[in-house]
Design a protein around this ligand. Structure first.
Ligand SMILES: [Ca+2]
Ligand SMILES: [Ca+2]
Length: 141
C-alpha cells in the first residue's frame, strides 16, 4: 500500500512536469520587407507577439539557425534571433501608398478596378517577408 502511494505521488509529479513543458513559448517579433531591408534592421513594418500555437507560426518557414550560420543574411545575429520567412500578398500592388482594399485602381494602370479586367495586374504580387523573433523583448526594441 505504501509502495502504491509512492508510485502515485511520483506519477503526479511527473505529470506536473510534463504539463509544464507543454507551456507555449511566445516571442517578440518584427517583420521586414525583404526587398527593402537595411542592415541595421530599423525599417521594420510591424512588431508583434507571436506564440508557437498561433496560426501565423505555421505560415512562417523558420530557418534552422545552425544550418544558416554565415548564410546570405550575415548582418543577422542568429544567436539572438529566431529567423523566418513568409510570402504574403502585396498589400499595395502599385506602390502608391493606398492599400489595395482602399485603392480604386489597384494595379495603377489608369483603369479603375470596376472597368479593369486584370484588377491586380499581371505581375507576381507576393512579397517576401523576413521575420525576426526573440524571447528577449529588450534586445529587439
Ligand atoms: Ca495602391
Ligand atoms: Ca487598374
Amino acid at each position: 500500500m505504501k509502495h502504491a502511494l509512492k508510485i502515485n505521488t511520483l506519477l503526479i509529479i511527473l505529470l506536473f512536469f510534463l504539463s509544464g513543458c507543454k507551456k507555449e513559448t511566445c516571442y517578440y517579433c518584427k517583420n521586414y520587407d525583404l526587398d527593402n531591408i537595411d542592415t541595421q534592421l530599423e525599417n521594420y513594418k510591424t512588431s508583434f507577439y507571436l506564440c508557437e500555437i498561433d496560426d501565423l507560426w505555421d505560415e512562417i518557414i523558420w530557418q534552422d539557425n545552425d544550418y544558416n550560420e554565415g548564410g546570405q543574411l550575415t548582418f543577422i545575429d542568429y544567436d539572438v534571433y529566431i529567423v523566418g520567412f513568409r510570402a504574403i500578398e502585396n498589400p499595395d500592388i502599385d506602390g502608391d501608398g493606398i492599400l489595395n482594399e482602399n485603392d480604386n485602381d489597384i494595379d495603377g494602370d489608369g483603369v479603375i478596378n470596376q472597368n479593369d479586367y486584370t484588377i491586380t495586374g499581371f505581375q507576381d504580387n507576393t512579397v517576401q517577408e523576413l521575420i525576426l523573433c526573440t524571447s528577449n523583448s529588450l534586445v529587439i526594441n
